[in-house]
Design a protein around this ligand. Structure first.
Ligand code: HEC
Length: 180
């Protein structure tokens, strides 16, 4: 009887240890591969956040220091030129998008399904919209972040930003970058 009890106790202990330890031992190679891929996705998100910070800081600094009347080269135009040049280098693509519904240039309106969904989410107050896509066997992160009316000066050329709430998204930057 005593022995019987001991065996049951041992079995219970073994079961508890197995449950506690199981997350630490990925069961299959596929699990391991998935974890690795997710780490790659996480790193790619961090890269986009870093780029986003650099681009937006540049736009605000250029507007602050160089744009004084509506004849000056707008930071938006400079950003588009920068995105085009960097896009050619092949590391990532970025696009300046309108979210106000009245872009100064029609080409800056949201085009594909991803961009349209992103603008909708960002206008509703989200700070990030993403989708992972596959093209020619490669994985890409598409992500979009909002642009609020950061400064009074923006209204100088964009009449339609007048009267908007300070944090409301009037634009977005949309990124496409390979997940490696
Ligand atoms: C000196 C005038 C001027 C100022 C100031 C200005 N912009 Fe623009 N902005 C433009 C022009 C012109 C374009 C179109 C550029 C193009 O497509 O080549 C543009 C494009 C944009 C776009 C893309 C959508 C669209 O309307 O075509 C966004 C978003 C944008 N600007 C945001 C801002 C923000 C935010 C500020 C303030 C930090 C700002 N702009 C200040 C002139 C200006």
């Amino acid at each position: 009887m005593k022995n019987h009890k001991r065996i049951v106790m041992l079995m219970i202990c073994a079961a508890i240890i197995a449950v506690i330890a199981s997350p630490h031992f990925p069961a299959t190679a596929a699990d391991k591969e998935k974890k690795k891929k997710d780490r790659a996705l996480e790193r790619t998100r961090e890269t986009v956040k870093m780029l986003d910070n650099v681009y937006k800081t540049a736009v605000v600094l250029i507007t602050t220091h160089y744009v004084n009347d509506d004849d000056d080269l707008p930071a938006g135009t400079a950003a588009i030129a920068l995105f085009e040049a960097v896009g050619k280098s092949g590391t990532h693509k970025a696009r300046l998008l309108d979210a106000s519904g009245e872009p100064l240039e029609e080409k800056n309106a949201a085009k594909d399904e991803f961009e349209k969904a992103a603008v909708k989410q960002l206008k509703a107050g989200e700070s990030w919209h993403e989708e992972v896509i596959e093209r020619d066997g490669k994985r890409y992160l598409r992500a979009a972040t909002p642009i609020p009316v950061v400064m009074e000066k923006c209204v100088m050329c964009h009449d339609n930003y007048k009267g908007l709430k300070k944090n409301e998204a009037i634009g977005a930057i949309s990124y496409t970058i390979q997940i490696k």
